[in-house]
Write a protein that binds this ligand. Structure first.
Ligand code: AMP
Length: 214
């Protein structure tokens, strides 16, 4: 199964991707995670991407497209994958279509998570992520048992650099301008499935499972 998770920053794509990954045993491919790791490792990719990420801007298309081109050819993607945060522009979507065509593959569904902007901002400003295992928490909504410590692996929790009010506003603007038009793109392909991204995580996941199995 090959899925695309669409939706604004903070819509819950990462959380749902992790649940899908455990249920269907296919990898989550998060361009944001790959880029953050490259920044942390001080890799060339990270050096190219950092300023864009810190400013809430998109990293240039050719960089992320190259990254996805290699990643989806890896062995663990043979039975499918979950794209989380890619594509984010029409150029990326078109290139992805080309790549999949070359590989004689198709996308099964594009899930678009709809959440009010006010709620998104609250989610992003309170979000905390485990440095070790990537598990996500929220200071109010889903606090860890012990402040600053991951419930699952004991790793330290951190706040993403770009989860500050100024950068969040920029990311929302960029989403509306560059990424929201992809809803129309995938709707025209007959792949788009929109769902309400607010409420209980497990209930949203049940809906996700229903949508991907139809
Ligand atoms: P995310 O973790 O998905 O919120 O992504 C964090 C940041 O990484 C974004 O604000 C962008 O700077 C960059 N990024 C992630 N995915 C993409 C993409 N598909 N195209 C361009 N930039 C991206």
């Amino acid at each position: 199964m090959r899925l695309i998770l669409l939706g604004p920053p903070g819509a819950g794509k990462g959380t749902q991707a992790k649940l899908l990954m455990s249920k269907f045993h296919i990898p989550q491919i998060s361009t944001g995670d790959i880029l953050r790791k490259a920044v942390k490792d001080e890799a060339e990719l990270g050096r190219e991407a950092k300023a864009f990420m810190d400013g809430g801007q998109l990293v240039p298309d050719e960089i992320v497209i190259g990254l996805i081109r290699e990643r989806i050819r890896e062995a663990d993607c043979a039975d499918g994958f979950i794209l989380d945060g890619f594509p984010r522009t029409e150029v990326q979507a078109e290139k992805l279509d080309e790549m999949l065509q070359e590989m004689s593959l198709t996308i099964n569904a594009v899930l678009d998570f709809s959440v009010e902007t006010e709620e998104l901002v609250l989610r992003l400003t309170g979000r905390r992520t485990c440095k070790e295992c990537g598990a996500m928490f929220h200071v109010d909504g889903r606090p860890p048992k012990q402040s600053g410590v991951c419930d699952h692996c004991g790793g330290a929790l951190y706040q993403r650099h770009d989860d500050n009010p100024l950068t969040i506003t920029k990311r929302m603007e960029v989403y509306e301008k560059e990424t929201a038009p992809l809803k129309k793109y995938y709707n025209q392909q007959g792949n788009l499935k929109t769902l309400e991204g607010t409420g209980d995580t497990e209930q949203i996941f049940s809906q996700v499972c229903r949508l991907v199995s139809h």
